[in-house]
Design a protein around this ligand. Sequence first.
Ligand code: BTN
Length: 264
Amino acid sequence: MAEALNIQYVANVVDTKRIGCRFYYYPEIDSTNNQALLLGQQGASDGTVIIADYQLVGRGRANRQWVSSEKTNLLFSVILKPANNNPHEMTMLAAVAVHEVLSQILTASEVVIKWPNDILVDNQKICGILAETQTKGEQSSFIVVGIGLNINMSAEDIPENINRKITSLSICMGRGQVSREEVLVKVLYSLDKWYDKILTGSSIDLTSQYIQNSNLHGRLVSLQCGNEIIKGFVTHLDEQGKLWIRDEYGRTNGFVGGEILKIF
Ligand code: BTN
C-alpha cells in the first residue's frame, strides 16, 4: 500500500537558497497549479512549493488532463518571481532541472528534453511541465511552474485512453518502490541551482544546457501550431524558450508553443 509523501522529511532536508523556502502539502486537491495561483495572489514568497498526493483535476497543456493515481507520483508546483517574468524560460528551468536529476539516476537510458515541456526516457514520457501566469488584471508578478513526474506508476496504472507512450522512474529502474522524497529533494536542489543562475544573469547557461539535452537542434521537424502545420529545420532555441524554424520557403519564424508532431 502506497504511503503518503513525508513532507516533513523533505522540509527538514532541503536547505536551498529559494526553492522550498516554504511547503504546502495537501493529501488531495483540485490542482497544485490552481492552489499555487491562489497562494501567489495572496503574496506567497518566491520559491514556495505546493505539493499533493492526489489531484482531482490535474491539468496539462492544451486543456489536457493530467491523471495520476494517489500517492504514486510527484505532483507539485513552484511559485517563481524572476525579474523578466517569462513563463517559457521557467519551463526551460524545470525541464533542465528534471532532466539533470533523471539522467543522474538513469545512467543507462537516454533522457531527453522534448521541447517545450516534456522529459522522455527512451522515447517515453516521464514528466510534463505546465507554466502559468495570471491572465486577469494587472501584469502578473509571479509564475507558477507545475511538474508532474512519474515515480511509482506501474505499467497497469497507465490509463488505457492515453495513446502516448508513458513511463515512470520505477518502470525504468525495473524495481518496486522508489522514494518520492529522495527524488523530490534532488529536483528541488537542481531547480534552486539553475534558478540562482538565472537570477544572477547566467540565463545563457540554462539555454545551452536545454539545447544540449533536447532532441531538436538542427533537425527537420513538423510542428503543429493551432491549425497550422509547419515543416522545417530547427535553427536555434533562444533564451526566451522560442524555437526557431526555417521552413521550406526559407522563412525563419520563432515559436513559443505547439506540438512537435514528427522529427524526421
Ligand atoms: C503536460 O505535459 O501537459 C503538463 C503536465 C503538468 C502536470 C502537473 S502535475 C502538477 C501540476 N498541477 C497541475 O494541475 N498540473 C501540473
